[in-house]
Design a protein around this ligand. Sequence first.
Ligand code: OOG
Ligand code: NI
Length: 476
Amino acid sequence: MLSDNVIEQFNDTKTDFVSSEYIRSRFSTVMSGMYKNEVPLYGELLDLVNDVNDKVLSESEEIKEQLVSTGENTRLNMERHGAIRLGKPYELYTMRRLFKVMGMFPVGYYDLATAGVPVHATAFRAIENTTLNQAPFRVFTSLLRLDLIDDEKLRDSIESILDNRQIFTQKALELIDKYESEGGLNKEDAEIFVQEALETFRWHDTATVDYEMYEALLGQHRLIADVVAFKGPHINHLTPRTLDIDEVQTNMEARNIPPKDNIEGPPPRKCPILLRQTSFKALTEKVTFKNDSGNSKKGNHKARFGEIEQRGAAVTQKGLDLYNELLGKTRKAIGGSPTAENASEYNQLLKENFKDFPDTYEELQSKGLAYFHYFTTEKAKTISKSKTYTKSDINQLLKDGYLTIEPMVYEDFLPVSAAGIFASNLGTEDAKREYEGTSNQSLFEKDLGEPVYKLMSWYEDKQEETIQKCLAEINN
Ligand code: OOG
Ligand code: NI
């Protein structure tokens, strides 16, 4: 039997644990600091985004109110995502355990092979609104699909190169174990964990392979060289969230930040949906290649860039189908991904085609195209209590002014945009490559060690929570 004393000690250690949000926001802060050092243009981009966001907030009361009601105002300036590319199942499995310490869970499955990139992916992020608002950091994490590499000899070499690497520090692994066995980390351990975890994301300017192997990998796909030739999965970009991406895009050049030719995602709208993204081109970084004879060979590698995004309303499956249809139609008309030459034609056509996507929140709600947070209004206090209101009354309650809505922000990614971002940083030949074969979510989940959260159901559940809360308030 446990003595009272032991229970007390247990409680004491338990209250010593810091929250996952604390660890996540510390990690996001140190990562951003590291990336600013490694890629100074990213710091410049952050300044520009902050200026634009301040301007939007001071000029639009409506946007400000929207962000305040959904709680997103608190997170705007710390909002960012990053991306890493992993090489082998063990890395994905352990990365899942590492992110869990920070309260980040795998949401969604993205197959990029159909878009010419031999990886599949998920996004690690917080899954509660409150915790998202406290620390919204997320990481798009892809895993190389070796099964898509047709050159058998090269595939074997890649496997043995990857077999020999350990991307996590010993101490990070120990602290993940400790977190799992004890259920948390105290502040001191959390700080060590953050610093040790950061090591995995750091850039290394020495390759683990010789120049010939690097060339062979590059010949297969630039991305394969990026994943395989280095000691670890260096963070390849960090992305702040802006409230006006067109304004940032226009101002990038003035600050000597070379932008990508076009913005990925939907066209500009009064009611933004999903995600619009643009980036600056990858830097050319000096690399020293391994050489057994002792004469080290120098070369360059291009992988790391900066990106900006503007997030809009999460759409339902019906909304996503319509989005994909209109985007697909536009891309088909100009013959695939837009280029520097046809960017303005593409944007014009995109705008034209998206006239079929309703652009008021009322319509997006009534046509079931987007997800919303529901709130009761002041008027709800005066509602007649003669009946019990149910979900089927929601639209009427909304019409009668007892409820109000705010769009639920899209927290995830878009595979076509992701491929476009990949492509703008790869050679054109890589961008045109096509991979046969089907997506393989079950293999991904086996490697991950658990199923990913289903994207759509996540929004559906969150919306439902706010509806049930409103009904409880009204029926009370
Ligand atoms: C990931 C690209 C995906 C986004 O914002 O869609 C991504 C990569 O380049 O590794 O970050
Ligand atoms: Ni990104």
